[in-house]
Design a protein around this ligand. Sequence first.
Ligand SMILES: [Zn+2]
Length: 300
Amino acid sequence: MRRFFLFLPWLMLVGVSLAQAGAVTDSPKLKIIASHYPLAYFAERIGGNRVVVNQPSPPGEDPAFWKPNAKAVGDMQKADLILLNGADYEKWLPRVSLSKFKLADTSATFRNEFIRIENAVTHSHGPGGMHSHEGTAFTTWLDFGQAGKQADATAQAMIRKRPELKTLFLENLKTLQADLAGLDAELKAIAALKPGLALFASHPVYQYLARRYGLNLKSVHWEPNEMPGKEEWEELQKSLAAHPARWMIWEDRPDPEIADKLQSLGLKSLVFSPCANRPESGDFLEVMKENLENLRSAMH
Ligand SMILES: [Zn+2]
């Protein structure tokens, strides 16, 4: 009994010094929710094991057309930080009540450069129902210069929540931005192999990619697993006369029947995945490198 009391002051001292050291190493992991995978990847690269990152939309669903259910809203209310793409990506945002102190709009610094889409058609795509791309083009991260700015905004928002980890976050941001700058330089070099080469895109999601890298891209509104109707094929053939492309860029590998039919019109297919969802294997950087190699094959 006596011994116990003797030890008490020591225990208290040890406790105090642990708490001080813990300010850097043991602060609770930052709970982050990212509205699409590229932002989740950025937060994971910047935060390492100091963060827990969740992307709430289910794997098979395009996060751009996802709506949070009650559980997802509850999770967001419990999170420390919610990373938003901005550029009208989060159509659900106005209907959900969240503290503005935990929201970070990662594209706000370049909102003057957003691309507006006029006269977009509404299409039905399988179980997802009708959707349109009218409004602001939102695939901002396929311009790797913009992606670098979104990574920076991600880091700044994380630092606001954990100022004691600023040095670590900034170091990790630097290596991430170096990787993004590498993609940017390489894609510029690939695009320069055949400047102005006519290309088709299967879906209107490559506006920023085309602008940044000077691609001569014309878009239809097709899905990789839905055979387009007779009218859509006729439209394409008409467009081909004015825009004699040899390649169509897809978000995902198209069904063989679609690829074969395109081939008969002289159009080959290549995949440039926006990677809005966590890939089954690899990560954002690996998927983007694969995209670049796929695009390179069109430039020969
Ligand atoms: Zn669409």
